[in-house]
Design a binder for this molecule. Structure first.
Ligand SMILES: Nc1ncnc2c1ncn2[C@@H]1O[C@H](COP(=O)(O)OP(=O)(O)O)[C@@H](O)[C@H]1O
Ligand SMILES: [Mg+2]
Length: 226
């Protein structure tokens, strides 16, 4: 199967009467189990593309198929379901709930799937164990280091058994050692579990660990190197 298939994808934003063409016609196919890095200067459209792939946003024009499904055929509820079932997200700034324990942060995506509480907590515990945080279940994000917080975010992305993890500069706020650890986790997820990884990065050493580098410039794919 194909994780993503985009043809002529555009996304324009209206900002105070001015149109910003953030994506200007992207053709892109990402297969199941791939490990791809998206690179490009600031403002080139990387996050916009990730939001579209992740079904957090809809294209202005063009066709986008996620897991073989044309997203334009889905209403907002069905689109959210597809996202919840297929995709896990990791963001640069972690996006965890500050006053909520690691365990409950990780269990949250399962609430939207209607998984019962006992099972939610058991699965969240397993996901935290998988990222090496079995000893931090009851800690809140503020009581953890940046590297630990990002590992909680990865556990949250994994708890629903996604086919794809989308990571927007996952190591951007981490020091070298923690960045290394986060990359190791993503790599293992890809090789051991076959989860496709698409990550945005500014760092060449991070991009070089992916098997494919997609270079974005001015809202277009400039180069795509496998
Ligand atoms: N919500 C928004 N409203 C208006 N313009 C936006 C919005 N989000 C992004 N943009 C603009 O779209 C372009 C691409 O942004 P973005 O996808 O965030 O780039 P990148 O992630 O590569 O830095 C930029 O010019 C940015 O200012
Ligand atoms: Mg960005």
């Amino acid at each position: 199967m194909t994780a993503f298939e985009a043809a002529g994808l555009t996304r324009s934003y209206q900002l105070e009467g001015v149109t910003v063409d953030a994506l200007r016609g992207v053709d892109l196919t990402i297969g199941d189990g791939e490990f791809a890095a998206i690179l490009g200067p600031s403002g080139s459209g990387k996050s916009t593309l990730m939001h579209l792939l992740g079904c957090l946003d809809r294209p202005t024009s063009g066709v986008l198929k996620v897991g073989g499904v044309d997203v334009s055929t889905l209403d907002d509820t069905r689109l959210a379901e597809l996202r919840n079932q297929m995709i896990g997200f990791v963001f640069q700034s972690f996006h965890l709930l500050a006053r909520t324990s690691a365990l409950d942060n990780v269990a949250l995506p399962l609430v939207y799937r209607g998984v019962a509480k006992t099972e939610r907590r058991a699965r969240a515990r397993r996901a935290l164990e998988a990222v090496g945080l079995a000893h931090r279940l009851d800690h809140r994000p503020s009581q953890m280091s940046g590297g630990e917080q990002q590992r909680v975010a990865i556990a949250r992305a994994l708890v629903g058994d996604p086919q794809v993890v989308l990571a927007d500069e996952p190591t951007g706020n981490l020091d070298t050692r923690n960045g290394e650890e986060v990359m190791g986790l993503l790599e293992r997820l890809n090789t051991d579990q076959g989860v496709a990884i698409v990550l945005v990065t500014h760092e060449p050493e991070v991009a070089n660990r992916a098997r494919r580098q997609i270079h974005v410039r001015d809202g277009l794919i400039e180069r795509d190197v496998a």
